[in-house]
Design a protein around this ligand. Structure first.
Ligand code: SF4
Length: 195
């Protein structure tokens, strides 16, 4: 979620100095990029950070969860985006996802985390969370479909889990949620989820 404590920042600064890294950046995918790292020092840095040689993109969890500061830190926030994001990050699905899944959680209707163009979007509204599925902001952008609204935190996490398991069961391998929804349609999805 791009959250950094003062201790994290001190450690990052120390690593940058040690490895001659001119700048670091929290990326849109919520990773930390060490920009300008001398290539010959990559292996050493990975060893220090205990990063394995390769990390699978497709696994039984979502690819990344992006969340705005929400009601904890933002005066406009009505929903606790950071807490919801933490719970969604921990969801263990029934199998590997067909393709990467990005989640964007916005603590109010200003939608700073671009929830309409994420595979899974959540937006806090007056009566609870609205959940969106099938958005994409890449080369073939798509506005996602609204699946449900007025969800409390527990209901939102449960629906995200159910929806992603449905996607696992019904989408072909390497089909992003946006393409899946173009073919499948929101009514069929709702029927599958709610009967
Ligand atoms: S979406 Fe709303 S709560 Fe979140 S950062 Fe933007 S204005 Fe604040």
């Amino acid at each position: 979620m791009g959250m950094l404590t003062p201790d994290d920042m001190e450690r990052i600064a120390a690593l940058c100095r040690k490895y001659d890294i001119p700048a670091a950046k929290v990326t849109g995918a919520q990773r930390l990029a060490f920009l300008g790292l001398p290539p010959e020092r990559l292996a050493e840095l990975k060893e220090e950070l205990r990063i394995p040689d390769s990390l699978p993109h497709t696994r039984n969890r979502v690819h990344y969860v992006q969340a705005c500061p929400g009601s904890t830190w933002c005066k406009y926030g009505t929903g606790n985006s950071l807490d919801l994001a933490t719970r969604i990050e921990k969801i263990e699905l029934n199998g590997p996802l067909p393709y990467k899944v990005k989640v964007g959680i916005s603590g109010c209707r200003m939608c700073c985390c671009e929830s309409w163009i994420r595979d899974v979007g959540l937006i806090s509204q007056k009566n609870g969370w609205k959940m969106i599925f099938g958005g994409n902001g890449a080369g073939r952008p798509r506005i996602g479909d609204a699946v449900a609204e007025d969800l409390n935190d527990r209901e939102a996490v449960a629906l995200v889990e159910k929806c992603l398991n449905f996607y696992i069961e019904n989408a072909r391998y390497k089909t992003r949620s946006a393409r899946f929804m173009e073919r499948f349609g929101i009514e069929a999805l709702k029927k599958g989820l709610f009967g």
